[in-house]
Design a protein around this ligand. Structure first.
Ligand SMILES: C[S@@+](CC[C@H](N)C(=O)[O-])C[C@H]1O[C@@H](n2cnc3c(N)ncnc32)[C@H](O)[C@@H]1O
Length: 281
């Protein structure tokens, strides 16, 4: 079970997490989502959570006291929870990060709003993470995206555990094209190989299409990938279809199968020589 705790001024925004797969995961006790309105921790008469920036400037900043108090009130001790500050200034969230977080007991998301945070709030966070290089009105949509991406990696959340393993970005490559019935939709045919029942050939086709997609759609991912020996013939076939792919050949040419050495015959020669020597003796 993983617990997600969200510090937010707008808990109602999280209603979408009560639908579909995440709803079932919570009902099954695999995932717990706790929404904490940190306005409840404000001590002023009017429950103020924001104030004007020192030095002037536009907008309001979240004050430190309510967020510090809310974090200090968390159930898991430090070390058993990971506190994430949502911010456009953080590291950009990715599948690797989702995988890393999926083994934590508790993930705590601090959602900013308005013009941002008092700088001292940053010290509460184990890390500062961004949804992407753009600015949202608040951290809530980012928290929802991250919770969704992490929760689906928790064993049992998806019906079949394996179904997240071949997803795009779970391997270093984008997922291959998928088809379901009908085999012929208004003249658009499912590739014959997928109807063949030949598992090894289907596996080969999927790997090749996965490589093709990654090269064509996300060449930026290729720099970081490691190809396997079985990829060599697939990659050479892809170069015939898309000559530009050859630009990356340095990443796989070491996988070129070596011509087999004639070791046996040279051994025989050695044996012959040694026999001859012993005869000479
Ligand atoms: C309008 S933004 C403040 C941006 C701030 N002035 C800055 O330039 O860094 C308000 C809040 O939305 C959240 N937010 C905005 N963009 C985000 C992003 N790309 N990823 C994660 N959270 C974001 C953060 O919690 C942020 O404090």
């Amino acid at each position: 079970m993983i617990q997600f705790t969200v510090l937010t001024l707008f808990p109602e925004m999280f209603a979408p997490l009560q639908e579909s797969i995440l709803k079932r995961a919570q009902e099954a006790g695999l995932v717990q989502i706790r929404l904490v309105n940190f306005r409840d921790y404000a001590t002023s008469k009017h429950k103020n959570v924001d104030d004007v920036p020192y030095g002037g400037g536009a907008g309001m900043l979240l004050k430190p006291e309510p967020i510090f108090a809310a974090i200090r009130d968390l159930s898991h001790p430090i070390g058993k929870r990971r506190v994430i500050l949502l911010s456009p200034q953080g590291q950009v969230f990715c599948q690797k990060k989702a995988k890393e977080w999926s083994t934590e007991e508790e993930l705590v998301f601090i959602c900013g709003h308005y013009e941002g945070f008092d700088e001292r709030i940053r010290e509460l966070a184990d890390e500062e993470v961004s949804l992407g290089d753009y600015v949202l009105t608040g951290g809530e949509p980012a928290a929802m995206v991250m919770i969704d991406a992490v929760a689906r990696l928790i064993p049992g959340v998806l019906g079949e555990d394996a179904s997240s393993e071949e997803d795009s970005h779970s391997t270093s490559f984008l997922e291959y094209p998928q088809f379901t019935r009908p085999a012929d939709f208004e003249g658009r045919q499912v590739p014959d190989i997928l109807l063949s029942g030949h598992h090894a050939m289907i596996k080969r086709w999927r790997r090749k299409e996965s490589l093709r997609r990654t090269f064509l759609r996300r060449p930026d991912l290729i720099e970081a990938v490691t190809f396997e020996a079985d990829d060599y013939p697939l990659l050479e076939e892809l170069v015939l279809d898309h000559p530009n792919i050859a630009l990356w050949r340095a990443k796989w040419e070491h996988l070129c199968p070596q011509p087999k050495r004639r070791r046996r015959s040279s051994n025989k020669a050695l044996v012959k020589v040694s026999v001859k020597k012993s005869e000479d003796l």
